[in-house]
Design a protein around this ligand. Structure first.
Ligand code: PMT
Length: 435
């Protein structure tokens, strides 16, 4: 049996240069056994013609909301009911903004409002548009409403810039759809007395009702997890900065492992050169202050916050506007404290389950449990970062000692960060269930 056999996929295409890849994507989905119908926005039609998609899928392409002929053939409500999955690729910044605010000003946005099928989104846009706070806020709204993000990827962009925002390759998107189908029992998502897809309200109820939650969830499925990863950089002047050796590998491994456990994941990343794990909504930041701002906004309504980032404790008090000249024998920089992101989130009245990391060079247990108590955390994962054979920072493997209030302790033996991440998530799910 083919992986997408009997699956009805409505492929939404919005305006962007990545639309040319949607033709290949349609083919890849059909090759995997899916029945594909296409809806194109007017912007999409500036990049690729409906005729191409019609020829590739063998089905008429839908473009207009108010077309009487199209409505007579398969009306928009019927189309919304027909789909097992709505997959939007590429999803432009504009489309994501309209979706997040409930617009129904064209056929694609109307279908998304009128469906109870899961909606998967593969964003594609310029890197600055992707990292713009408006897009980040819209992405968060969509994630909170159970939209599933596929990417974006990072690398060279059609506009000549390099960064996060490019659409994943068609094969990666097809694989993410297959993974989604394997992880979700489509058409069986009905909740007692509810609609066919878990609503935001249901999602939040799960987190707000510990006993019901404990009974039904020993996994992280459906929860919104926010992860910070990588270093922060603190500018000294336009060309120099203070930072640390974090590569982001541990945080990215956790984000990827959480998606595998069917969580919705927002990853707030300092400057690292790692690709975005599939299915993760990524927000790029640089300084501790910008990470703090992004984290405060991302954790609203989130279930779990995992602070893996190596946040600079101090920043330069006054950043020089011009490059500092080599005029004296010595130079004094005044540093001031950065906000403690984790502590401020753990102090919120409606705080998520807060997981800290502790990078220690000595007295690991004492320092880690000290941070657990001082920052009022639910769990802390301590790593010994001064081992001669494994500095942890930048390496591919890690081992952790995980502590929680009431003298809880579990050791995760040395293994690739991917495996350590999966084991840590199991502990988090277990601890959440007993809350
Ligand atoms: O990125 P890799 O190369 O894979 O390396 C992984 C890692 C070593 C960076 C990671 O496993 C790790 O230990 N991260 C936490 C590093 C750290 O900054 O530890 P800390 O003991 O200074 O901070 C304790 C906790 O408070 C951490 O969860 C940290 O994210 C958080 N914190 C710290 C300072 C600050 N201003 N704000 C914070 O939120």
């Amino acid at each position: 049996m083919q992986p997408l056999e009997n699956k009805k996929i409505l492929l939404g295409i919005s305006g962007g240069i990545a639309a040319y890849k949607s033709a290949i994507l349609a083919r890849r989905l059909i090759d995997a056994g899916a029945d594909v119908r296409v809806v194109m926005t007017s912007g999409a039609q500036a990049f690729i013609t409906p005729l191409t998609l019609q020829a590739l899928t063998g089905n008429p392409v839908h473009t207009d909301l108010l077309d009487t002929d199209a409505e007579a053939a398969m009306g928009h409500i019927e189309l919304a009911r027909w789909a097992d999955i709505i997959l939007i690729a590429p999803a432009s910044a504009n489309l994501m903004a309209r979706l997040s605010h409930g617009f129904s000003d064209d056929l694609l946005t109307t279908l998304c409002l009128a469906t109870d099928a899961p909606v998967l989104i593969a964003p594609a846009m310029n890197r600055l548009m992707w990292s713009n706070p408006a897009t980040a806020a819209n992405t968060k709204i969509l994630i909170d409403r159970n939209f599933t993000m596929i990417g974006p990827d990072e690398g060279a962009q059609a506009c000549g810039e390099t960064g996060a925002g490019r659409m994943h390759e068609p094969e990666t998107i097809r694989d993410a759809v297959i993974q989604f189908v394997n992880n979700h029992s489509l058409n069986k998502l009905a909740v007692p007395g509810g609609s066919a897809i878990p609503s935001t309200a249901q999602h939040h109820n799960a987190a707000n009702q510990p006993s019901a939650y404990a009974e039904h969830h020993r996994s992280l499925a459906g929860l919104h997890i926010v992860v910070t990863a990588g270093p922060t950089v603190e500018p000294i002047d336009p060309v120099r900065y203070l930072t640390n050796r974090s590569s982001g590998k541990m945080g990215f491994a956790l984000a990827a492992a959480a998606v595998k456990q069917q969580a919705k994941v927002t990853l707030i990343a300092g400057p690292v050169s790692l690709p975005t794990p599939s299915g993760v909504a990524r927000i790029d930041v640089d300084t501790a202050k910008s990470m703090h701002k992004a984290a405060l906004s991302a954790v609203h309504g989130a279930d779990v916050f995992i602070s893996v980032a190596a946040v600079a404790d101090y920043r330069v008090e006054s950043v020089a506007e011009e490059k500092i000249k080599k005029s004296k024998d010595d130079l004094t920089l005044t540093l001031v404290r950065n906000p403690d992101i984790l502590a401020s989130i753990a102090a919120m009245p409606e705080k998520p389950f807060c997981v800290g990391f502790a990078a220690e060079t000595e007295h690991v247990k004492k320092h880690a449990t000290g941070k657990l108590i001082k920052k009022k955390l639910d769990l802390i994962a301590a790593n010994h970062v001064a081992q001669p054979d494994n500095p942890v920072f930048g390496s591919d493997s890690n081992s952790l000692d995980v502590y929680w209030p009431g003298d809880g302790h579990q050791h995760i033996a040395s293994a690739p960060k991917k495996q350590v991440a999966a084991e840590l998530l199991d502990i988090i799910a277990e601890r959440l269930a007993t809350r």
